[in-house]
Design a protein around this ligand. Structure first.
Ligand code: SAH
Ligand code: SF4
Length: 350
């Protein structure tokens, strides 16, 4: 058994730990400042804490729950993939994506929420691994800490689109998002944090009922329930049509638009698919994020012309549509390609 991870604790919990150690109440905020904002890698660096206090923190807690195993930088687009090993010997990945926007460079960190994933989507390499376990809050936050420290770059966007289904690790993911947003934490705006789910109906409803302020993205990927059930087994338990009618009633108009992700395959981008999409979303404000299928699991990627004609069909929909470029293809860092070192190193075809 390892010591408890200090990044699992909330500010209130930190405060009470310091109180029980006979310390002043502002120590909790100082600790958060050291571990998140200043992002130190050792308790010894916390120079406004006495030597004894640093020693005691180190005796009781572990600061870094992940060890960097490998960092790969894409030659084609500078995407960086980080492979981390957990304390219990599993592997997870995070991807730092650099893209252009009008006001300069956009730096997005794509983080993992679980080791593996149990949802079994046919086109996704993480899905092919099966589920190992949920990541703890500290393991989620540590991806951000280490990528910032190692790259020397301060990303401005977070997407929960790495390995795993964040809404099946709801409490740990939301606690991590809160610390990312918190002013004594990483201080990232709520509008810059996006949680992507394959469609866990009850968790989506909970997220809305709890008025969580983060962006929500749902992976749709098929317009017909029968087909979606084959590619995304979650459709059997939580049919998208039911989620949509709940969202039509409850999704707050004041929020950023709901993002619908749609992985484009050769067989889901017909004129009929475009029509069904248009009909589906006539009562709710969305933006559509199209992702060309990356070679991973089953399915055939569409060609440029097919994508072009799907885009033309969608133009009548009158919603913002973006096509997500595939970043980091040469380092297996693209969407749906994350599977941890063990699997792809040993050449397992998933
Ligand atoms: N489990 C969550 C978040 C992780 S997957 C979810 O499913 O939303 C993040 C995104 O990658 C999802 O939109 C998913 O549909 C997409 N994806 C999975 N495999 C892919 C592949 N082979 N090519 C392109 N996108 C893929
Ligand atoms: Fe899991 Fe998302 Fe991959 Fe489906 S697409 S298997 S939900 S990570």
């Amino acid at each position: 058994m390892h010591k408890p991870f200090i990044k699992n604790i909330s500010l209130a919990e930190a405060d009470s730990w310091f109180a029980s150690a006979g310390e002043k109440s502002y120590r909790g905020r100082q600790l958060f400042n050291w571990i998140y904002e200043r992002n130190v890698g050792s308790f010894h660096d916390m120079t406004n804490f006495s030597k004894e206090l640093r020693q005691r923190l180190g005796d009781e807690f572990l600061l870094a729950p992940l060890v960097l195993e490998e960092r790969l930088v894409s030659e084609s687009d500078e995407t960086e993939k980080y492979l981390f090993r957990t304390e219990d010997g599993h592997y997870i990945e995070s991807v730092l994506i650099k893209s252009e926007k009008l006001s300069g460079e956009r730096l997005t960190l794509c983080i993992s929420s679980q080791i593996g994933c149990g949802m079994g989507c046919s086109f996704c390499r993480t899905g092919g691994m099966g589920f190992v376990r949920n990541l703890e809050t500290a393991e989620i936050l540590e991806q951000l800490s280490q990528v910032r420290r190692i790259s020397g770059l301060k990303n401005n966007n977070i997407v929960f689109m790495g390995m795993g289904e964040p809404f099946l690790n709801y409490d740990n993911v939301l606690k991590a998002a809160d610390i990312m947003n918190y002013s004594f934490g990483f201080h990232i705006s709520v509008r810059k944090i996006t949680i992507s789910t394959c469609g866990i109906g009850r968790a989506i409803e909970r997220f809305i009922d709890e008025e969580r302020p983060y962006n929500l993205a749902i992976s749709l990927n098929d317009t017909e329930s029968v087909k979606r059930r084959i590619n995304m087994p979650v459709e059997s338990k939580y049919p998208f049509a039911e989620i949509l009618s709940m969202l039509e009633k409850k999704f707050p108009a004041s929020r950023n638009r709901l993002t619908i992700e749609y992985v484009m395959r050769r067989d889901n981008i017909s004129r009929e698919d475009a029509k069904r999409l248009k009909k589906m979303f006539r009562n709710i404000r969305i933006k559509l994020n199209l992702i060309p299928l990356n070679p991973s699991g089953s399915g055939e990627a569409p060609g440029g012309e097919e994508i072009e004609s799907f885009l033309n069909e969608l133009a009548i929909m009158n919603v913002p549509v973006s096509v997500r470029m595939s970043y980091g293809g040469d380092i297996c860092g693209a969407c749906g390609q994350l599977a941890g070192k063990k699997l792809y190193r040993e050449g397992a075809v998933i």
